[in-house]
Write a protein that binds this ligand. Structure first.
Ligand code: PEP
Ligand code: MN
Length: 337
């Protein structure tokens, strides 16, 4: 249920309403907007009728049901777009956030070269996988903890915050000790025990859409993280599986305006995995910005031909720098920076 407080409601009123919601067996999530405070009460649907009685409180304007199955992710609860701030980098603000770096961390030299070059080109977050979800057990699985340490070193060298994937609930603490943003990969978007663990990790989460996940299922996965107490969720559209085989996946840019309408969460688009070919990354990155994405996730490798994963879709640093230049007029045309 959505409990909208009157504009003159005080902090004591907010605390009182939250206490009453808890006493009714629901969890209150307070969202302070510019004009008024809204409290989302989530829990067992059977308690809805009791919550309606809160409308009789003097400080309460209205109590209405949340119609969408995802509650805290919904714009019904929070009409204004939310932002996630990582080390001073705002994701969801006017400025397009660009997360770039290699698919996998392969060596100190490879990572540091990529990190310095993406930073010089204007990237604001460094990406790189230390734990890699590979289709084949014979493929490179990542440098694991050693990779996390190299990412931490690259952050020190460049000042860029780090996003890296976590695949198992038992590794959340380890990855959170080194990374600034935890990535949940497409293959784990419905790994509910992992989602519950990252909800408690205290770090922002970059949640990638699964290749066979509907928008509603995706937003319900985000709901696991939000309802577990972590408000810092960034959605990532990375392509879905269709009958089309000329690209690796079909980048579903429809999902950007659709999710913008349904949810207040920031959205990043990954044209690297979404297309699987470096030539298509630039046009689709521009399209993503044009249709309202808040950020981009782009794979960059100093020598894509030697990459241990995803070489064909990785940009050389020089191409990435050109892409950043060519994105600027697109961002400005849609009122972004
Ligand atoms: C990645 O970011 O390198 C990755 C494995 O992405 P996805 O989970 O979207 O396939
Ligand atoms: Mn990759």
């Amino acid at each position: 249920m959505i409990i909208v407080l009157k504009s003159h409601a005080t902090d004591a009123d907010v605390a009182d309403v939250c206490r009453r919601i808890e006493a009714m067996g629901h969890r209150p999530h307070t969202i302070r907007g510019e004009l008024r405070t809204v409290i989302g009460a989530v829990g067992d649907d059977r308690g809805k009728e009791r919550l309606r009685a809160l409308e009789s409180l003097e400080c309460v304007e209205s109590v209405t049901p949340i119609l969408q199955p995802f509650k805290l992710a919904s714009r019904e609860v929070r009409p204004e777009s939310s932002t996630v701030v990582v080390d001073g980098v705002v994701i969801g603000g006017a400025r397009i956030a660009v997360m770039a770096g290699p698919c996998s961390v392969e060596s100190r030299e490879q990572l540091l070269e990529a990190a310095r070059k993406v930073k010089a080109a204007g990237a604001t977050v460094l990406r790189g996988g230390a734990f890699k979800p590979r289709t084949s057990p014979y493929a490179f699985q990542g440098l694991e903890e050693e990779g996390l340490k190299l990412l931490a070193e690259a952050r020190k060298a460049t000042g860029l915050p780090i996003v890296t994937e976590v695949m198992e609930p038992d590794k959340v603490e380890l990855v959170a000790a080194h990374a600034d943003i935890l990535q949940i990969g497409a293959r784990n978007v419905q790994n509910f025990s992992l989602l519950k663990r990252v909800a408690e990790c205290g770090r922002p989460v970059l949640l990638k859409r699964g290749m066979a996940t509907s928008v509603q299922e995706f937003l319900l996965s985000a709901e696991y993280v939000l309802s577990g107490g972590n408000p810092n969720v960034i959605l990532c559209e990375r392509g879905i599986r269709t009958f089309e085989t000329s690209t690796r996946f079909t980048l579903d840019l429809n999902a950007v305006p659709v999710m913008k309408r349904l949810s207040h969460l920031p959205i990043v688009v990954d044209p690297s995995h979404g297309t699987g070919h470096w030539e298509y990354v630039e046009p689709m990155a521009k399209a993503a910005v044009a249709c309202g994405a808040d950020g981009l996730l782009i794979e960059v490798h100093p020598r894509p031909e030697e990459a241990l994963s995803d070489g064909p879709q990785s940009l050389k640093p020089e191409r990435f720098a050109l892409l950043m230049k060519s994105l600027r007029p697109v961002a400005l045309a849609v009122g972004r920076d």
